[in-house]
Design a protein around this ligand. Structure first.
Ligand SMILES: C[S@@+](CC[C@H](N)C(=O)[O-])C[C@H]1O[C@@H](n2cnc3c(N)ncnc32)[C@H](O)[C@@H]1O
Length: 304
């Protein structure tokens, strides 16, 4: 069977909404995962302008499931992305209420606070893409793990940001270390492209179709297929020439944050100094290297 036959949702769908470049290379895998899994409840921690969120909604709709997608974010910004203008949230709210009024909900809360709104065992698919320090990602996983259902799957973005590609500041990214510490306990898969995506099957009774997918994507040909499909999405985004917003300063973060790079700069936990946070090396798609380099140059200036 060809990869197109093995991964029909990834082969057939193309994203409708692309707003930022950092995650979009994983949209084909998200389409395939959601198409097979048909999750009832999807929660995203870190929605921002909605590139990943919209892909989850598109996949739920296209696969004809009864799923609902919740996007959790304060839309206030953070120490690296800067302080968001209210227009960012307003645009997301307008988008979701017009395009996905029945299957999506935005929750404007801190991740820990939002967890109280979900019953234990109720979340099928969780995407962790908020603050990327070791402490923050560990906290997000531990806070939300009890919320995961028996079919539960957790996605981690940014497991692959390396010192080699991003300079010394990359050492403060903690997602790789969190994922590596967890993956020995769970069935898992991982992708290197587009800053890396970790997939962890945390449910006690996962769907057979999901377990098959986890096995299938371990093959080199499958990894190459998803990297190529992801690259096509990234190239399409570049061809759109979408201008990324410049955000204002946040807390003590200094001058304007350069959002073209910020999501892959290390983001701090409130009240913690950047220098005190943990990180881990990683490999980045060549097309993203210049963005990433600018992010870390900015970060270095901020912490100097
Ligand atoms: C990397 S961005 C998310 C990118 C998004 N998934 C996409 O596809 O473009 C991280 C987001 O997490 C939010 N965030 C970080 N820590 C948070 C927290 N503890 N509570 C709520 N929002 C948080 C930030 O406001 C930011 O919008």
């Amino acid at each position: 069977m060809s990869p197109e036959q093995t991964f029909p949702l990834a082969a057939r769908l193309f994203p409708e909404r692309l707003k930022s470049p950092w995650w979009i290379g994983h949209i084909p895998f998200a389409f395939e995962l959601i198409g097979r899994m048909q999750p009832r409840t999807v929660v995203e921690l870190g929605t921002y302008s909605g590139s990943s969120f919209a892909a989850f909604c598109q996949a739920v709709e296209a696969s004809g499931g009864n799923g609902h997608v919740y996007g959790v974010d304060l839309w206030q910004g953070d120490v690296h992305m800067g302080s968001f203008d209210e227009a960012l949230y307003q645009e997301m709210a307008a988008f979701t209420s017009t395009r996905y009024p029945t299957i999506s909900t935005l929750i404007r809360k801190d991740f820990n606070e939002a967890a109280a709104s979900f019953a234990e065992g109720s979340v099928d698919l969780l995407h962790i893409d908020g603050t990327h320090t070791f402490e923050a990602v560990t906290n997000d996983f531990e806070t939300w793990l009890p919320k995961m259902s028996d079919r539960g799957v957790v996605l981690f973005h940014d497991i692959n940001v390396t010192e080699q590609n991003a300079g010394p500041a990359a050492l403060k990214f903690g997602v790789r270390r969190v994922f590596d510490s967890l993956k020995t306990n769970y069935a898992h898969a991982e992708f290197d492209h587009c800053f890396g995506l970790g997939v962890l099957v945390v449910g006690k009774a996962p769907d057979a179709s999901v377990m098959r997918l986890i096995d299938e994507v371990k093959a080199d040909a499958a990894k190459a297929f998803f990297a190529e499909k992801g690259d096509a999405v990234s190239k399409h985004f570049e061809s759109l020439g979408i201008a990324l917003p410049q955000h204002g300063s946040y807390g003590n973060s200094g001058d304007c944050a350069d959002v073209s790079a910020a999501p892959h700069a290390e983001r701090g936990t409130a009240g913690q100094s950047i220098a005190s946070q943990e990180m881990q090396p990683t490999a980045v798609a060549p097309s993203h290297r210049s963005l990433l380099r600018r992010a870390f140059d900015r970060l270095r200036r901020m912490v100097a």
